[in-house]
Design a protein around this ligand. Structure first.
Ligand SMILES: *[C@@H]1O[C@H](CO)[C@@H](O)[C@H](O)[C@H]1NC(C)=O
Ligand SMILES: *[C@@H]1O[C@H](CO)[C@@H](O)[C@H](O)[C@H]1NC(C)=O
Ligand SMILES: *[C@@H]1O[C@H](CO)[C@@H](O)[C@H](O)[C@H]1NC(C)=O
Length: 654
């Protein structure tokens, strides 16, 4: 019942968005950034002591998985984990394997970041898994090793971004818990616990003073990365994670997931009242497609409701964990939180092991069901949505019919900004399951030339915003066991944006809107190869050369000038359009049998085991290939999911 109220409100909003400039015609902004190939490009680092203005970019790095036991030229077999044996493990990492990252890769990555990104970005989001996997029975992890590895990575971030003798880095760095940052992995109990206490110390330079209390409670915090303008909210997705058997979702008050959602709701409410925007970050993304359910359904429900209700506040969301480059749409029509929660989340079909290729195919299937636009440009749709239907009498029945169709489409997607949906971005990992990867996101800073930066206020960061910290503290006490000040209704539904509020930065291009991202990768096949030639040359007595001359990241793709994705910006509407384009032709691809789909599991491709040993099968497959290859957007999406690591044949086999 309440749901239908939301949509009535949204419906009413559609008519009130006329003050928004036409952003579809914006020119592609020239990169302000010197080319990475240009050797003179480092002078932006030259130590000017005055606080630099905002650059309009930030770094997203995820899943570093440093492994001190890694040995070059060891075996990449699962049992050996690049710790022993003889094999193909490269000097900078074993690309395309399940091995973790050697410190050569970690160190060179930070060196590259310092050289190329320092001074060119405003903040860093770092979405977890900064310890090795517990995947070697012969060398099990210890709690101290897990903390120590995290400490080393935290120090690397600080050293990379420190300035002079300052106790905090020159730009804010916002970490979050990964499922491998704790022991045993995946298991994160109610806070305060020994992990929230350990990380309070490990991340001391990154957690604002006034958030320390909140952090110990549940491992979550916010960081005002642009004071009074933009906050990054670090979610502890361990409490939403379906594989965390120590907790049970977000519907019961006794659960930390419930507390976390309440805390998040309060943060977003507070930010709205301060006219600020938020970026949500976490480790495990809210994946929910096919049989894949990364979050407990009750948490997914609340999250989707929260981000929908606070769609005027949230500028974007970023996750890691899955190692593949992709995105997902949350559909607010899937919210049924107001019905009995018990009816949610059919636990019987929770399949945790699903091939990644199957998962991507199921995303595509979902997207093939998105409402499809009538034959008309979005510009025209937008104009139409501003028209008052009563004022445009037309006697042409065809015109009336087509207008009706268009209105119907707009209504389906939640108006011209597609506000029915929200989007979650997943960046691929640094650990080279494919190729090591990093993402630099560009955002709109128009009119923010004089915004105070974090560095301006860092020395008073304790008193960053006294009034807000008071409110935060007040609301936090709700979460403290035995000290509940007031009873919360069972499902507190956040207020939607005010009816006069313009669409938020995730929906229409404005200050703090994400404009695009550049995906970087290091081609370890080439780099490891060059490194071994170099080692040979060194043995022959050649002059000493630096690793730095060999290792580097290069651009994989840049959404700002990408001819396949063709994204004007990173608004939800742009992702809606991209998802529709990826899904195009899904029906023809779908006549491949489900069994064949499963046989295309990536692992079997990687190990070279081919399931097709009979000709008839092969011919059938070729036929399917031809049909499927037609959609080059889907193909690019797949190539990029695996950071360009797979070759044409692998991709064709999807
Ligand atoms: C990586 O850097 C650290 C210093 O931050 C150093 O102690 C370590 O030896 C380096 N490791 C490698 C493999 O270069
Ligand atoms: C940033 O947003 C403003 C609207 O507030 C728009 O005019 C401008 O074109 C946007 N900048 C970019 C680079 O898209
Ligand atoms: C990576 O390098 C190898 C060897 O030089 C090359 O064959 C391959 O095409 C490169 N891959 C990409 C994605 O650039």
């Amino acid at each position: 019942m309440l749901l239908s109220c939301f949509f009535l409100i949204i419906g009413a909003l559609i008519g009130t968005v006329s003050a928004i400039p036409d952003f579809l015609q914006q020119p592609l902004v020239e990169k302000l950034w010197p080319s990475f190939e240009d050797p003179s490009s480092t002078d932006s680092n030259a130590g000017s002591s005055s606080t630099p203005a905002l650059t309009g970019r930030f770094l997203h790095i995820t899943d570093l998985h440093p492994d001190p036991h890694y040995k070059a030229r060891s075996s990449t077999d699962e049992d050996d984990a690049c710790h022993r044996g003889k094999g193909s493990a490269g000097y900078f990492g074993a690309e395309g394997s399940e091995c973790d990252a050697p410190f050569t890769l970690i160190n060179e990555t930070f060196r590259w970041i310092e050289k190329h990104l320092k001074g060119n970005i405003d903040f860093v989001i770092w979405t977890g898994d900064s310890a090795r996997h517990d995947n070697d029975e012969k060398a099990p992890r210890t709690e101290d090793e897990v903390s120590d590895l995290n400490k080393i990575i935290a120090d690397k971030f600080f050293d990379t971004f420190k300035e002079g003798s300052a106790k905090v880095p020159s730009i804010p760095i916002v970490p979050t818990f990964g499922n491998n940052d704790i022991m045993p992995h995946n298991i994160f109990k109610n806070g305060p616990n020994r992990w929230t206490k350990r990380f309070l110390d490990i991340w001391a330079k990154f957690i604002p003073e006034y958030q320390r209390h909140s952090f110990v409670e549940g491992g979550w915090f916010t960081s005002e990365v642009i004071p009074n303008r933009l906050a990054v909210i670090s979610l502890n997705t361990m409490y939403f994670f379906d594989s965390n058997s120590a907790v049970d979702g977000c519907s019961c008050k006794s659960q930390p997931g419930y507390e976390h959602m309440e805390w998040l709701r309060v943060q977003l409410k507070l930010l709205r009242s301060r006219n600020m925007k938020a970026i949500l970050i976490g480790h495990v993304p809210p994946a929910r497609s096919g049989s894949k359910r990364s979050w407990d359904e009750t948490c997914w429900q609340k999250y989707t409701l929260w981000v929908h209700q606070y769609r005027d506040v949230i500028a974007g969301t970023a996750y890691g964990h899955m190692n593949i480059d992709h995105f997902m749409l949350q559909d607010s029509h899937k919210i049924n939180i107001l019905g009995p929660m018990a009816a949610l989340g059919d636990t019987s079909d929770k399949v945790s092991v699903q091939s990644r290729s199957g998962y991507l195919a199921s995303l595509r299937e979902d997207w093939s069901k998105l409402p499809s636009p009538p034959q008309i440009t979005w510009d025209a749709l937008e104009k139409l949505s501003k028209e008052n239907s009563c004022e445009t009498p037309t006697t042409d029945p065809n015109l009336m019919k087509s207008k009706k169709k268009k209105r119907k489409f707009l209504k389906k997607i939640g108006g011209p900004w597609a506000e029915r949906y929200s989007v979650s971005l997943v960046s691929p990992s640094l650990v080279p399951n494919y190729f090591p990867s990093l993402r630099v996101i560009e955002y709109n800073i128009s009119g923010m030339a004089d915004a105070a930066t974090w560095a301006d206020v860092r020395d008073q960061s304790i008193a960053l915003d006294g009034s807000s910290s008071e409110i935060i503290e007040g609301d936090l006490s709700l979460g403290k066991k035995g000290k509940k000040k007031k009873k919360l209704p069972h499902h507190k539904v956040p207020d939607p944006p005010s009816s006069t509020a313009p669409p938020g930065p995730a929906y229409s291009n404005q200050p703090l809107t994400w404009l695009g991202y550049t995906q970087y990768f290091a081609n370890l096949t080439r780099i490891n190869d060059e490194m071994s030639h170099y080692h040979e040359a060194e043995l022959d007595g050649a002059t000493k050369m630096n690793n730095n001359d060999i290792f580097s990241f290069e651009v994989e793709y840049d959404t700002r000038n990408d001819h396949i994705y063709k994204m004007e910006d990173l608004t939800v509407r742009s992702f809606f359009k991209l998802a529709s384009r990826i899904a195009k032709g899904y029906a023809t691809a779908a006549d491949i049998s489900p069994c064949e789909m499963n046989n295309n599991d990536l692992r079997s491709e990687e190990t070279g085991i081919d399931n097709n040993d009979n000709d008839i099968n092969l011919q059938k497959k070729k036929k399917h290939k031809k049909k499927k290859e037609k959609n080059k957007v889907w193909r690019a999406f797949l190539e990029r999911a695996f950071v360009g690591f797979l070759d044409d044949d692998d991709i064709n086999d999807f």
